[in-house]
Unconditional design. Sequence first.
Lengths: 180, 172
Amino acid sequence: MMKTKQVSMKTSVLGCLLVACALATSGCGSLLAESASAGAGIASGALANAVTDNAGVATGIGIGVQAAVRSGVQYYQRKVHGEAQAQIARIAGPLQVGQVRPWKTSLSLPLESEEAGRVVVSRVISTGELDCKEIVVSVEQSGPGALPASEFYVASICRNGNRWAWAQAEPATERWGALQ
Amino acid sequence: MSCRRLEAAARMGAALGCAVLLSACSSVAGITGAAAGIASGSASASPAVGVAVGIGVQAGIDASIKFVLRRWSQQEQARIADLVGGMAVGQRGPWEIRHAVPYGDGQGEVQVVRAFATPLAECKEAVFSVEDAASRAAGAAPPRFVTTVCRGDQGWKWAAAEPAVARWGALQ
């Protein structure tokens, strides 16, 4: 009985990992977080049931692991997204107003599609110690294929010492709503 | 016996789900998941099955609700971007979005404050207000927000980029 449980749990963990990998390569961020955390929660709930007969404890372990995995996935998603932002900011930083340069992201983990496009500085927001610029970024390629139509985004970048960084502040919390 | 308990738990879950849907859409998933967990736990007598079903249902509903709400936000952004695209700097007009389901509807005013052209795209900056019940009841002015829209191959679109990851914090 115990052995069957362990085998079925191993299968479910393997299944979860496969689903997580498939989702990661397709670049589907929110689904990845949901599925990975749900899968881990289910697997650990099953494991907890193998060692305890207490439903409350099993549920607690399942939900605890689910929460930990979700925040872990989101941490790595933010990490690779931060890399992409830093790469665009580094290219856009030294440009003059109206100057266009191509950009391409190269990510350390395949949690998002690698993208490419062009960037132009549209305005100098401030100079001197607070050195900031407004940029227009086009995304023309996502993953292996070119996008059917280019998409444009406007962001701000600021210079911190020698390094240009993405400086767009978060949306007002009233406007965040369903985006989380 | 267990069938009757299952039915009662499911009914309780449905009622709770409906009540919460009206107040705060995004928390439905947890409650529905919990109800599904209770229902399947009492049906199968195995706590692990209850946990698994509960968590699975919660994740499924979480993803679907987020998908729908994000789609509504996108429709609101598309409406505002479209209006801004057709307006000149200084021009002001009303905006309104009505969804098929009467939830998440919005309205207010929008004014174009700046237009700028770059070698990549033509863009406009706009200030828009969102009428809400709270400020209307208090007799205060509705909250105002600033955004940017750009013209691409498929018309004017919302172009405000995502926040810097360092400012992401607890927002997601």
